[in-house]
Design a protein around this ligand. Structure first.
Ligand code: SF4
Length: 461
């Protein structure tokens, strides 16, 4: 549950009636979290009390993810919990927001008669009126915009839910790639980018508020183009790199064929840009990739990895793979395993294929039985564990700058992240420190131990 800070029941400015207390549950990816933060900002500006405890809310808004079946199951659990509070009488209305209503509105409408309003990602700027409609019992009407076109800017009110030292900045919304398995373009619309001036102005304001780490997000960050000037992601990173106060600028979600030599050059040259890249390859077998509607192949991706490591020897590369895509033969999966072996990636995430309604892949022949897909998933991840451990062991004996985030389990122990760890996605660095650290401090840590996900070390400054 997110949102806090205003006293419950506080009246808005002027002569308007007191606004409701709203509690927000945010699910899914950082891009969805930014939508949640904007909704919190708009609700707060309208005078709503934002409460952390669901029992204190008049309205619970669940911002859902619908990327795969597992995400919808998580969303269902959150919605059903909110419905329980409503039945107990503490909560007056429940709003279901985000990708799930956009994806399966009719089914959701029938499944959850207790939900008072549905809204999609394109309806974020209307959140205050949706909450009002829900409370007035008028939200069961279809409140979704026909085409999601919304994109926030630097002037949009936003209440950050992340710790004070770190923030996400969404530079674009939607996606125009149309990968066969992915429902995102249907849910979030075609790609549209924010002007570079707006992104830079937002990042400056964040730095002024004490943020030291900015995580740049978009469905495909490498497709970024300033709508007015045509400047690209390399230009944008170059501009962000010189904002006083920002120490770590991290690029998340790069499309493999969108990484240009110029982007690599800027990343290598600018000390404040993290030598980190989240590069979802999805697969390495050429035929599977063609079936997915994605360009490139394992060999091309290996050349890109070599180019990245030549320019930035310590770069941490994270990737995501999809196993069990229709037509993925044992031979094709073998190609993927061989690729993972050759690529020696630092971190890997994987999904088993989920036939998403409205995608081309859902209708494709040669669907892989789910138990076979799961077995391939386990083979891939167990192979990668050994590789991730070896990549982490390379840091033993070296020093790293670590952003301290919270006390650890033992006395004198802290938990933080290095440039190699994106928040909530990657591992941590567990620090033993004689001096008192504070959350948000940058500490120099000598690494003494490694596990597949985490590093261990001692503060030396
Ligand atoms: S690049 Fe492909 S997988 Fe990623 S959001 Fe776009 S369509 Fe989906």
């Amino acid at each position: 549950m997110m949102g806090a800070g205003r006293p419950r029941g506080r009246a808005s400015r002027g002569r308007r009636a007191p606004r409701p207390a709203v509690g927000v549950i945010s699910l899914g990816c950082p891009k969805n979290l930014v939508d949640t933060e904007v909704m919190l900002g708009l609700l707060g500006e309208a005078g709503c009390a934002l409460v952390a405890n669901p029992g204190d809310a008049d309205v619970i808004l669940v911002n859902t993810c619908s990327f795969i079946a597992a995400a919808r199951e998580e969303a269902a659990r959150a919605l059903e919990e909110a419905i329980e509070w409503k039945k107990e009488g503490t909560v007056k209305a429940v709003v279901c927001a985000g990708c799930w209503p956009r994806h399966e509105l009719t089914a959701l409408h029938a499944r959850y008669p207790e939900v008072d309003a549905f809204m999609g990602p394109g309806d974020v700027p209307r959140v205050v009126s949706v909450v009002e409609a829900a409370l007035a019992g008028k939200g069961r009407e279809r409140l979704l915009s026909p085409e999601p076109a919304y994109l926030y800017d630097d002037a949009t009110p936003r209440l950050r839910a992340t710790p004070p030292w770190t923030a996400y900045v969404k530079i674009a919304e939607g996606c125009s790639h149309g990968c066969a398995f992915c429902v995102i373009p249907r849910l979030r619309g075609p790609r549209r980018c924010r002007p570079m001036a707006s992104v830079v102005s937002e990042a400056r304001a964040l730095a002024d508020q004490g943020v030291i780490e900015v995580n740049v997000v978009a469905q495909d960050a490498t497709a970024y183009r300033d709508p007015e000037t045509g400047e690209d992601i390399a230009d944008l990173l170059g501009a962000l790199a010189h904002i006083p106060g920002l120490r770590w600028i991290r690029l998340l979600y790069a499309f493999p064929t969108g990484v240009t030599s110029r982007l690599i050059e800027v990343m290598a040259e600018e000390p404040t840009i993290c030598k980190y890249l989240d590069l979802p390859f999805q697969h390495a077998d050429r035929e599977v990739l063609r079936g997915m509607g994605r360009p490139g192949d394992g060999e091309q991706y290996l050349r890109l990895i070599a180019e990245l490591r030549q320019a930035m020897p310590d770069i941490a590369i994270r990737s995501t793979f999809l196993v069990g895509f229709p037509g993925e033969s044992e031979r094709a999966f073998g190609q993927l395993l061989a690729f993972v072996e050759a690529a020696q990636l630092d971190r890997v995430g994987a999904f088993t294929f989920s036939a998403e309604e409205g995608t081309r892949a859902a209708e494709m022949p040669d669907q892989v039985p789910p138990e076979e897909a799961r077995e391939r998933y386990h083979r891939l991840m167990s192979r990668q564990q050994t590789i991730s451990l070896a990549r982490n062991q390379r840091w033993v004996g070296r020093t790293l700058e670590v952003l301290t985030e919270r006390p650890g389990a033992e006395r004198g122990e802290w938990v933080g992240r290095s440039f190699r760890d994106a928040p909530e996605i990657d591992g941590t660095v567990v620090i033993a420190s004689r001096r008192a650290l504070r959350p948000g401090d940058l500490a120099t840590v000598k690494v003494s131990g490694a596990e597949p996900y985490d590093l261990f070390g001692t503060s030396v400054d």
